[in-house]
Each structure stands twice: as C-alpha cells, then as structure tokens.
Design a protein around this ligand. Structure first.
Ligand code: IPE
Ligand code: IPE
Ligand code: MG
Length: 253
C-alpha cells in the first residue's frame, strides 16, 4: 500500500523540533462567536497555554516560544491591554509551582521594561526561581516585535563599534544573532499560527529564515494537545532542504 505521508505513523520522539514557536491567535474571535467579551477569549486562551506547555514537557521539546503580546498590541483598547497584563501576571504567579515541579525555565523575549512594574516584578521572580531548570525553556514573547528586536541589536552593535569594543569587520550573521533576545538559542524549527491567518505579524523575522510554518484554522482557545501532536507529525513528514539539493544516489547527485 502506498503511504501518502508519514502522518499515518505515530510521533517519532527522536526527531521532534528542538524549538517550536507559536503565534497564539484567535482569542477575540473565539469570544465573539460566543457573544462574549474578548477578555473571556484571552482567559480561555490561558488554559490552552497550560496544556501546550505540559505537552511540550511530556514530549521532550526543548524550547517553546509563545507570542503572547506584540509591540503592536499596545495599540489595542486600554481595557483590553489592562486585562491582558492582569492575566499575564496571574499566569506567571499561579504556574510557578508547575514550572518548578516540571523543571521548566521561564524566560522573556521582548521589551520587558515596558510591562507594568507589578507585572515586571512577578516576571522577574518567576525567571529567577526557574533559572536553573533545564527540561523546557519557555520563552514568553511579551511586548515583542521582531523589528524592534533587530533595531535594538543594530543600536547595541553600533555602540560597541563606537567604543572600539567591536570593529565593523566583526559584523557577521552570528554576531547579529548574538544581539537578539533569542541569543544562544537555536532558531525555531517550527512556527505554528492558529486562527487561520497567513502572516508572521512581526514574530521572529530573522530567526524564521528556515522555520517550517504551519497554519491551523483552530482558534487558540480551542487548540488542543491532540492537534499539536498532529502538527508535529506533519512537521516530521516534511523535507527540510535549507536551499540545498538532496543527495540521490540513483542519479549520482
Ligand atoms: C491573540 O488573540 C492574543 C493576542 C494578540 C494578545 P487575538 O486577541 O488577536 O484574537 P483575534 O485575532 O482578535 O481573534
Ligand atoms: C499576533 O496576533 C500577536 C500575538 C499573537 C501576540 P495579532 O492578532 O496581534 O496579529 P494581527 O493583527 O492579526 O496581524
Ligand atoms: Mg489576532
């Protein structure tokens, strides 16, 4: 029987993506469909975060980067921004036990200094408490925007050149990567976006150069561990060529 894809097979735990990024989109539409306030969608979305973080620890995925709040999201109505910050604070505090029990390290990428001071304080506490954990690195992208990240990297590099710490000839792709919020992390192998939009919305633009992209029509609050596993299987069935030509012994290539 001709197998049309590896998706018929079970998940291979040895070839999981090292780094998964998720653009968690669709909370507002989930709430709207139920004639509820958008904030209810964000609340429900937090439960999905919990289940996907647990799934990643169980499966053995090393890095999960969750796009939780973009630099552009500050332009949303004040009450929605306030509710999102409150939910974030609640999450970062209520999950501490879970992070410690499951050996999860929490890190923030983005303009942490722009978050309300009380949120910053709780985020810092959770980051400090989980600093030595090494099962899953949970990167929360908060007030994150890729263009801001790259602009910030350019500024840092130029300052180092101006103070003779670096020379113009030192500028390489690795040097630029080392000045991003994701320094010392591998690029995401897989980026998932929920709610059916075909765009990156300023998420990991530099790092996504060779990421596999998967768009799910599911709204984030409805996203499940089962669908996540199906997406991982889909990822495993893909042929990542990185611009090269695959060797094929039959044609001498
Ligand atoms: C994603 O859901 C959460 C954030 C961007 C903070 P949205 O709030 O964007 O939901 P939709 O896209 O309006 O449905
Ligand atoms: C992307 O979703 C940002 C996050 C998921 C945090 P948005 O809802 O903000 O993106 P657009 O506006 O649809 O591009
Ligand atoms: Mg959205």
């Amino acid at each position: 029987m001709k197998s049309n894809s590896k998706q018929d097979l079970s998940l291979d735990l040895k070839t999981l993506p090292c780094h998964v990024g998720i653009i968690m989109d669709g909370n507002g539409r989930w709430a709207k469909k139920r004639l509820m306030n958008r904030v209810k969608g964000h609340e429900k979305g937090t439960q999905t975060v919990r289940s996907i973080v647990t799934a990643c620890t169980e499966l053995g995925i090393g890095i999960l980067t969750l796009y939780a709040f973009s630099t552009e999201n500050w332009a949303r109505p004040k009450h929605e921004v306030k509710a999102l910050m409150m939910l974030l604070k609640k999450f970062i505090v209520s999950e501490r036990e879970e992070f410690l029990t499951n050996n999860i390290r929490v890190n923030v990428i983005g303009q942490k200094h722009k978050l309300p001071l009380d949120v910053q304080a709780e985020v810092n506490t959770t980051m400090d408490m989980t600093r030595s954990n090494d099962r899953l690195l949970l990167n929360l992208a908060l007030s994150y925007g890729s263009r801001e990240e790259i602009t910030n990297a350019v500024t840092q590099i130029v300052e180092k050149i101006a103070s003779n710490e670096l020379d113009v000839r030192d500028i390489t792709q690795d040097l630029i990567s080392d000045h991003l919020y994701t320094r010392s992390m591998p690029d995401p192998d897989l980026i998932i976006r929920t709610s059916g939009e075909y765009r990156l919305s300023n998420f990991l633009l530099w790092q996504a150069a060779y990421s596999e992209i998967y768009i799910s029509n599911t709204l984030w609050p409805d996203f499940s561990k089962e669908e996540f596993i199906e997406i991982l299987k889909n990822f495993q069935a893909r042929d990542r060529r990185f611009g090269k030509v695959k060797c094929n012994t039959s044609n001498g290539g």
